[in-house]
Design a protein around this ligand. Structure first.
Ligand SMILES: C[S@@+](CC[C@H](N)C(=O)[O-])C[C@H]1O[C@@H](n2cnc3c(N)ncnc32)[C@H](O)[C@@H]1O
Length: 209
């Protein structure tokens, strides 16, 4: 757990600042894996809980973990009793094997230190039931499309520098992004959806190694 919370100053404005870029990605992710009532869902690095809200609406049983107390406070205000929220790191999840129908993480992996990324992916796979879904959403470093791609890429680099996560962004890029991580974790990619003009991709990952 970091000594200081890098999100303590920006949690209050996070949604206003970032959600306009994220909303389209979230909609596509919900199309890729439509939530079913009663599903056990876990969001690793749930932040302010914006990504969990549609799963609450779909009558899923909703869980979120995050290392930022400030972000979790926002999530708690948004989701109230509808979500089980815990202040913990994603690479040591306090859940049984095969517990979840869907385990997701969005725009978190590039922030996780290089040495903790593979353990985190393996941990996510451990708690996903066989035949369940693992959704990894993060920056993609291939070619860009239209006006959105270069615009979102430039904005992302500025935001990552400003927020102090740029070294993580660079190491994530250098280690092959999500495809590199999935390979190093001994997992496989079932499906890929490129969004945000190519700056972000949604990966459906097989939760068995
Ligand atoms: C860019 S925000 C994304 C938040 C949310 N997933 C969303 O899509 O709006 C990254 C979040 O990941 C959290 N985070 C970073 N490293 C983490 C880790 N090792 N375990 C759990 N959460 C982590 C941060 O505290 C932050 O809330």
């Amino acid at each position: 757990m970091p000594n200081t919370d890098p999100y303590r100053r920006i949690a209050g404005v996070y949604d206003r600042l970032i959600e306009p870029m994220q909303a389209g990605v979230r909609r596509v992710a919900l199309d890729v894996v439509p939530p079913q009532p009663g599903w056990q869902v876990l969001d690793v690095g749930c932040g302010t809980g914006t990504g969990l809200a549609p799963y609450v609406e779909a009558a899923c049983r909703v869980n979120g973990v995050d290392v930022s107390a400030a972000m979790l406070q926002k999530a708690s205000a948004r989701l109230g009793d509808h979500a089980n929220l815990q202040l913990i790191e994603g690479d040591a999840l306090p859940f049984d094997d095969d517990h979840f129908d869907l385990v997701t993480t969005s725009m978190v992996l590039h922030e996780v230190p290089l040495e903790a990324r593979v353990p985190l992916a393996i941990e996510m796979a451990r708690v996903t039931r066989p035949g369940g879904w693992m959704l990894l959403i993060d920056f993609r470093f291939g070619s860009l499309r239209g006006w959105k791609g270069p615009t979102f890429r430039a904005l992302s680099v500025v935001i990552e520098r400003f927020s102090g996560h740029y070294s993580g962004y660079k190491s994530f890029k250098g280690s092959g992004g999500v495809p590199g991580l999935v390979e190093n974790a001994g997992l496989g990619i079932d499906q890929k959806k490129i969004v945000a003009g190519g700056n972000v991709a949604i990966y459906v990952v097989t939760p068995t190694s």
